[in-house]
Write a protein that binds this ligand. Structure first.
Ligand code: HEM
Ligand code: HEM
Length: 177
């Protein structure tokens, strides 16, 4: 009797690689932000330089991920109530939008503060905003607020992943491992 080949129920290796590379960088990026000394005026602070370098890398990887997501549809998810599927979709959409908006706000704030922006310290990037102290405060504050909001969203996303893995045991997490 011939066996029927089931469709691969995991995310594509590229999706998984991008997902976990971004997770690692985000785990680094928040502590860098909080440890930056005198973050409101020290472009020469090595941690601020790292924050900008890692942040622009996260932006690049997230844009790549978004483009990849448009080409590659994710594997079907295990059966779940419609509200759960909708909540997952909404969370993922907000994460995609948020992690493109957040580094852009950081880039705008850094530009307004006249901090040099670069890609991982390797390539200088242009300023996106003219030097302006008032706007630097506003954009810096917006960047902080969005960063905290996204931290909450990540918490929700991780809680949902763990709930599916350990309470429902429906194999959702395995698709991303
Ligand atoms: C996913 C990426 C990023 C995360 C999670 C993140 C997170 C944060 C957080 C939490 C703070 C607040 C620090 C505090 O409370 O003292 C901060 C500040 C800051 N970040 Fe980011 N950031 C990211 C990307 C970027 C990028 C790409 C840039 C610049 C190109 C940048 C530039 C800045 C600047 C200039 C500040 C100081 C804000 C101010 O001017 O008041 N960030 N970041
Ligand atoms: C830094 C934080 C994280 C971000 C920004 C993030 C972002 C995302 C995004 C945007 C998706 C949607 C993938 C798609 O369908 O296109 C996703 C899926 C997923 N993530 Fe995360 N993630 C993070 C951390 C984690 C962690 C720590 C876990 C595990 C504990 C996890 C487990 C999953 C799983 C299982 C999926 C597949 C969900 C499904 O298709 O229903 N993520 N993640």
């Amino acid at each position: 009797m011939s066996t029927i080949a089931l469709p691969e129920a995991r995310y594509h290796p590229v999706s998984r690689l991008l997902h976990w590379a971004i997770v690692a960088l985000i785990l680094l990026e928040y502590p860098l932000a909080w440890l930056m000394t005198d973050h409101r005026g020290a472009p020469e602070d090595a941690l601020a330089t790292w924050h900008i370098g890692v942040g622009t890398t996260i932006l690049t990887l997230f844009v790549l991920r978004l483009l990849w997501r448009l080409i590659k549809t994710p594997p079907p998810h295990p059966p779940m109530p419609a509200w759960q599927a909708l909540a997952a979709q909404a969370t993922h959409a907000l994460l995609y939008a948020g992690f493109v908006l957040l580094p852009l706000l950081g880039w705008l704030a850094a530009s307004a503060r006249e901090w040099p922006v670069h890609w991982l310290g390797l390539w200088p990037l242009p300023a996106l905003f003219p030097a302006n102290a008032t706007w630097a405060e506003l954009l810096g504050d917006a960047h902080q607020v969005v960063a905290l909001g996204l931290l909450g969203l990540i918490g929700l996303h991780v809680a949902a992943a763990l709930y599916h893995a350990f309470i429902l045991r429906d194999g959702s997490l395995r698709r991303m491992l």
